[in-house]
Design a protein around this ligand. Structure first.
Ligand code: 5GP
Length: 181
């Protein structure tokens, strides 16, 4: 199915049913790995809010949730310049932290967030990202333990991810149609 958002066309990449099934499996794994640990989920705003909302419903162990907000994208290009928009309000010292990301692209945003969290001296840090573009990663991120789907290097929208602020509300995930040369 093809949709249009702003000036761009997008084709269906991942259906919500598929996403839901994968999240259920990640939830099972997290419940096992963090049994008796009371982890803190740190959602990276804005993109991760839909993923985190579905993921947390699969978590059956005691856990807490907080958020951090940074900005690194302009339209469909990674700007490489990351700025703080909202700091983490919780004390993460000696806590088991699970950073929840919508997508890891170059890895620059994640690296920046991980440095901020490490400065608080948590007991452990793991990253759970719904999407991962393995072909474009520039930073090695050893904390990236849980990945929903590895996807090609396409710009994607839907399920919390936006294009110029639009498209976060779509249930499924869509990829940008490559322009004909
Ligand atoms: P990175 O710093 O890894 O290059 O970019 C990470 C952030 O850029 C993500 O948290 C996300 O907000 C945004 N981003 C990266 N790739 C995409 C994409 O394909 N679509 C959308 N909508 N945002 C993306």
């Amino acid at each position: 199915m093809r949709i249009q958002i702003d000036d761009k066309d997008f084709d269906l990449l991942l259906e919500y049913d598929q996403i839901k099934k994968r999240i259920r499996l990640i939830g099972i794994q997290l419940n096992l790995d963090f049994e008796n640990r009371i982890p803190v989920f740190v959602g990276v705003l804005n993109g991760s809010f839909v993923f985190l909302a579905d993921l947390i419903k699969e978590i059956t162990i005691a856990s807490e949730v907080t958020f951090v907000k940074v900005k690194s994208y302009n339209g469909d290009q990674s700007s490489g310049v990351i700025s703080d928009e909202m700091d983490i309000s919780m004390d993460l010292k000696d806590r088991d932290v699970i950073v929840v990301e919508d997508i890891v692209d170059t890895g620059k945003t994640l690296k920046y967030i991980l440095e901020k969290i490490k400065a608080q001296k948590p007991a452990s840090i793991n990253v759970c990202s719904l999407l991962f573009k393995p072909n474009i990663i520039e930073e090695e991120i050893e904390e990236l333990t849980y990945v929903g789907f590895e996807i090609p290097n396409d710009f994607v929208v839907g399920y919390g991810l936006d294009y110029n602020g639009l498209g976060r509300n779509f249930k499924d995930i869509y990829k940008a149609v490559a322009l004909k040369k």
